[in-house]
Design a protein around this ligand. Structure first.
Ligand SMILES: CC(=O)N[C@H]1[C@@H](OP(=O)(O)OP(=O)(O)OC[C@H]2O[C@@H](n3ccc(=O)[nH]c3=O)[C@H](O)[C@@H]2O)O[C@H](CO)[C@@H](O)[C@@H]1O[C@H](C)C(=O)N[C@@H](C)C(=O)N[C@H](CCC(=O)O)C(=O)O
Ligand SMILES: Nc1ncnc2c1ncn2[C@@H]1O[C@H](COP(=O)(O)OP(=O)(O)OP(=O)(O)O)[C@@H](O)[C@H]1O
Length: 516
């Protein structure tokens, strides 16, 4: 892989990103990086984000051939300096060129939404792996899978990686023979231009509710919605959950660049919809059976273009929760557009297990334990509503905390969800407190709890002890929900990812101890 300076400057000029160039030489970059710690001889270095000039000095020392920045730095003296007006856009543009536009060799499905991205990505991944005979890559919040060998699978740092990593990984996937890519696209990815210039064959919009608003994320809900809508603007075919809030805005964002015949709308049968332009849905689904282990639903096309995909069928999924049916429907339609048959989905969806999403542990003498990544109002509310419907006899105990330093709106949101679902017992605990005091966060959540609605509230800041307490308090008819951390094997405390065994491991080892 390489990038000649003439091509780089031409691209930047074409996109109106080039401000000026200093110390121009005729160079060819043989590597690209935004991190001085990975620079080697021949690297084109990008100065971005909370960059410190010392990083450029270090990059130069290690052999950087030139740098791209929004201003010149004395630390880069002697190196060609390409000065741009938007570093993140320049990085995405040059990254794609450096890696030889791997996106052109992939059928890309992008997924956005406040909740359900990872679940939908795993559903689609399983269906497409079946239909493409294992030629599908996955970029999710949990894993990045670039091929079929164990060394092609990595843990993700971000939901959507930095542009250079994104195009690097796409290239690796193409070189590994992958023909399809399923990727979660976060609103931050659009805000920070990590995906600038990328087009998607199919874009899925699942839902939107207030989240990720605050310092370091989105200043307002309008900004959050605008960023998420960019997936619709940049997708050739759009799939939209017609039940989503702000459906009119979302639909018009899709329609701005996509003909209505390439926009697919889906909804639960009987949903109260208010769609723009007298639109009707293309697919409806109807629940046949829901229990604590699985759900079965029927998908039916109700428009001509829907019928053409031949996806009408009954589907069984092994990830319970009514909201997961909508996630599965989005994945089925997207996979259908990517060439999969209904049978591929029928054969795979009931075997999908996603770490930290509705993971269940049955016990002999205590309640059934669920570990779930619900960590905002919308997800906790839907999770508890579902579980409450499933347990007539028993009580529901919830263990949760709220993250520190970000997502402050989650605290009143948790109070509201616990009140509305009338949780029987709540044990407030620690969840990634960062630089804040977890007990103070817990009291803040408690201040939003209506003690006439919620049975009992306890405080236990040691999360492992909180889980044990919840298990001790439960009877066999009960449900114990360990919410918010999913499969995270750490607690973020004062800037350090402090190892934590995971909620499921804590629950399993305690059950082994007390029941065997
Ligand atoms: C606000 C934001 O987008 N921040 C991201 C951004 O930070 P940054 O550019 O300021 O980078 P930095 O780590 O502070 O360092 C500055 C620069 O110096 C470089 N450096 C650093 C040290 C050194 O020795 N040498 C050196 O060259 C770094 O490589 C970097 O280029 O780039 C970093 C990677 O280069 C990311 O880790 C970081 O994500 C932060 C940690 C984060 O948590 N972001 C969240 C908000 C996020 O993006 N979340 C979304 C999901 C949420 C959603 O749904 O919207 C996601 O896509 O994951
Ligand atoms: N469609 C949905 N509507 C509401 N809640 C959902 C939906 N899908 C999943 N959830 C809840 O949200 C949690 C997180 O799901 P998932 O990881 O699939 O979403 P995500 O969009 O990737 O989340 P995040 O942005 O937090 O990484 C689940 O554990 C579940 O409780």
């Amino acid at each position: 892989m390489e990038l000649h300076v003439t091509l780089a400057l031409t691209l930047l000029r074409e996109h109106h990103l080039l401000d000026h160039v200093s110390n121009l030489t005729d160079f060819t970059a043989t590597s690209v990086s935004y991190d001085s710690r990975t620079v080697k001889k021949g690297t084109l270095f990008f100065c971005k984000g909370n960059f410190k000039p010392a990083y450029l000095a270090s990059a130069k020392k290690q052999g950087a051939i030139a740098y791209v920045a929004e201003r010149e730095y004395p630390e880069g003296q002697g190196l060609p300096a390409i000065i741009v007006n938007d570093e993140q856009k320049a990085m995405a543009l040059l990254g794609a060129a450096f890696y030889g536009y791997p996106q052109n060799d992939l059928f890309i499905i992008g997924i956005t939404g406040t909740k359900g991205k990872t679940t939908t990505a795993y559903f689609a991944d399983n269906v497409l792996r079946q239909s493409t005979k294992q030629h599908s890559a996955l970029f999710s919040t949990q894993d990045r899978v670039l091929g079929n060998k164990p060394e092609d699978r990595f843990k993700s740092d971000l939901t959507t990686p930095e542009s250079l990593d994104l195009f690097h990984d796409m290239r690796a996937a193409v070189n590994n023979g992958m023909t399809h890519l399923i990727m979660e696209v976060s609103s931050q990815a659009f805000k920070k231009n990590r995906v600038y210039g990328l087009k998607y064959n199919v874009g899925i919009f699942l839902n939107i509710s207030p989240d990720h608003i605050g310092r370091n994320e989105h200043p307002t809900f309008a900004d959050y919605l605008h960023c998420k809508e960019q997936l619709m603007v940049n997708s050739r075919t759009c799939i939209i959950n017609a039940e989503s809030a702000h459906i009119t805005d979302i639909y018009y964002a899709a329609k701005a660049t996509t003909q209505p015949e390439n926009i697919y709308l889906f909804a639960r049968h009987g949903a109260d919809l208010s769609l723009p332009d007298n639109q009707t849905v293309d697919f409806e689904y109807r629940n046949d059976l829901e229990d604590l282990h699985e759900s079965e639903f029927e998908l039916k096309a109700v428009s001509d273009k829907g019928h053409q995909l031949h996806l009408d069928h009954r589907y069984l999924t092994s990830v319970p929760g009514d909201y997961n049916e909508g996630n599965a429907v989005a994945a089925i339609i997207a996979s259908g557009l990517a060439g999969a048959q209904a049978e591929d989905a029928v054969e795979t969806l009931d075997h999908v297990h996603i770490k930290g999403r509705m993971e269940m542990l049955k016990t002999k003498q205590h309640g059934t334990i669920y570990v779930d990544y619900a960590h905002n109002y919308a997800s906790l509310k839907r999770l508890l509503a579902f579980l409450k419907r499933q347990t007539d006899a028993g009580k529901v105990t919830v263990v949760l905390g709220a993250t520190g330093d970000k997502g402050i709106s989650r605290r009143p949101g948790f109070g509201k969800a616990l009140n509305e679902s009338q949780a029987d017992v709540v044990i407030l605990t620690t969840d990634d407190p960062g630089y804040e005091d977890p007990l103070k966060i817990a009291h803040e959540i408690d201040s939003y709890i209506d003690h006439d609605c919620v049975g009992e509230v306890q405080f236990e800041m040691d999360r492992q002890k909180a889980i044990q307490k919840a298990i001790d308090l439960s009877d066999n008819d009960d449900i114990v929900v360990l919410a918010g951390k999913g499969a995270d094997p750490y607690q973020k405390i004062k800037g350090v990812d402090t190892p934590y065994p995971t909620d499921m491991k804590v629950a399993k080892s305690y059950i082994n101890k007390i029941e065997n």
